[in-house]
Design a protein around this ligand. Structure first.
Ligand SMILES: CC(C)(COP(=O)(O)OP(=O)(O)OC[C@H]1O[C@@H](n2cnc3c(N)ncnc32)[C@H](O)[C@@H]1OP(=O)(O)O)[C@@H](O)C(=O)NCCC(=O)NCCS
Length: 150
């Protein structure tokens, strides 16, 4: 069983490990500490209840009635088991309860797995930022979701 909770400072090392194993240009550890400081930023972790191990995280901002998903990742060996979906659905439920009307994100054009995950939750492709990712020159796909329950 998995549990999603707001991250604590002590969780940043595990979050950073997951970040490093998933991204070629990972966020720094400092950036995760920074996210914990901002009132508009939410850094949440998914934990395996039996081992207490952190197995995934999501970072999103809520500013007025808009949510922006900045980062999400799951331990590589545990991907494809529903943990990413759990993190997104908890974050979207929370956003709905806070009156958020629309959710935005950017994703690498090649990241089919993440794009499928977002589409599953109703996100639509609304634009493209050419050569947005400086490391590879890859385009970003902009995706948006209108939240109906707010
Ligand atoms: C994207 C990511 C967070 C998804 O988490 P996950 O726990 O693997 O996702 P889930 O198991 O909940 O699967 C959710 C959906 O993703 C898609 N998906 C999962 N595994 C997939 C695969 N191997 N191929 C294509 N799509 C896949 C499916 O749409 C799936 O829904 P379904 O199971 O109902 O068909 C995870 O793969 C990850 O950490 N990737 C690396 C980091 C990353 O790219 N983050 C996104 C940055 S924008």
């Amino acid at each position: 069983m998995w549990l999603v909770t707001p991250a604590q400072t002590a969780d940043v090392n595990s979050i950073y490990e997951i970040e490093q194993e998933n991204f070629s240009t990972p966020w720094s550890k400092l950036s995760f500490y920074e996210e914990l400081k901002h009132h508009y930023s939410h850094l949440w972790v998914a934990r395996d209840v039996s081992t207490q191990e952190i197995i995934g995280f999501i970072c999103f901002w809520i500013i007025w009635d808009e949510m922006h998903i900045l980062n999400i990742a799951v331990r590589k060996i545990l991907q494809g088991k529903g943990i990413g979906s759990l993190l997104i659905s908890k974050a979207l439920n929370y956003a709905g309860s806070k009156g958020v009307k629309r959710v935005k994100l950017e994703v690498r054009a090649s990241n089919q797995r993440a794009i499928s995950l977002y589409k599953k939750f109703g996100f639509k492709k609304v634009g493209r930022r050419y050569r947005y990712y400086l490391d590879t020159g890859e385009d970003a796909i902009l995706m948006e979701l209108e939240l109906k329950n707010s």
